[in-house]
Design a protein around this ligand. Structure first.
Ligand SMILES: C[S@@+](CC[C@H](N)C(=O)[O-])C[C@H]1O[C@@H](n2cnc3c(N)ncnc32)[C@H](O)[C@@H]1O
Length: 208
């Protein structure tokens, strides 16, 4: 079986992130989840260990479905492990790192949290292209990630360096997320800041 480099971090990822980033980080992963409605189809890409997955599954209700697309099999296993039996019918786990292979359904909600900061420009383009094909004018995208912040340059540099080393993540800086959202016809409808604006959660919708 092909091994994913994120398999290496699965056993300490959540603990380390909570230790370094604290309460604001945990809160950021719950931002805007209340916008998920009963019956929604949710596309959750790069969900890691899925700490907020039970909450999302509760939100979609019996008629909703969550497609949890994750590059690392170990992350998928971890995410699947603690799902209560009564919620398992509501989730489809896909071990997949090729955005082009995401099932071609229409989704009401897209979730990416701490994923876009890792992606090289070429992958960002593919991700936005592929998400666009699976959305309609009413789709909402819950995006949460680090943004460039003048007071966090050192910690940001250390974190990017750590992921470059451990996961061979090629990025040396953070992407210009706004550029991509704008180019693909998304606008920020609402925004919540955490850690003094270093982390932001955006609720994006299609531009009218
Ligand atoms: C930094 S972790 C964030 C995990 C989780 N979203 C969180 O907030 O804790 C990034 C995750 O994205 C996954 N990932 C990276 N590239 C991916 C791709 N092309 N497709 C799906 N998942 C990917 C990694 O395996 C990893 O679990």
């Amino acid at each position: 079986m092909e091994k994913n480099l994120y398999d290496r971090v699965v056993f300490f990822y959540d603990g380390l992130a909570s230790l370094v980033l604290g309460k604001g980080y945990l809160e950021s992963k719950r931002a805007f989840l209340d916008h998920i409605s009963k019956g929604d189809n949710v596309l959750y890409i790069g969900g890691g260990t899925g700490t907020n997955l039970p909450e999302i599954l509760t939100q979609v209700g019996e008629d909703g479905k969550v497609f949890f697309v994750e590059a690392s099999q170990k992350m998928v296993n971890e995410a699947a492990k603690d799902i209560p039996d009564k919620l398992t019918r509501r989730v489809v786990f896909l071990k997949e790192d090729d955005f082009k292979k995401i099932p071609k359904h229409q989704f009401q909600i897209v979730i990416t949290q701490y994923l876009l900061d890792l992606l090289p420009e070429s992958d960002l383009k593919i991700l936005f292209d592929e998400v666009s094909k699976r959305c309609n004018r009413k789709t909402k995208w819950i995006f949460t990630d680090f943004l460039d912040h003048p007071n966090r340059k050192v910690l940001q540099y250390i974190m990017i360096g750590f992921f470059r080393l451990v996961t061979k993540n090629p990025r040396k800086d953070l992407p210009n997320y706004s550029k991509y959202f704008k180019k693909y016809g998304w606008e920020i409808k609402n925004k919540i800041s955490f850690k003094n604006d270093w982390i932001q959660a955006w609720l994006c919708g299609k531009t009218n």
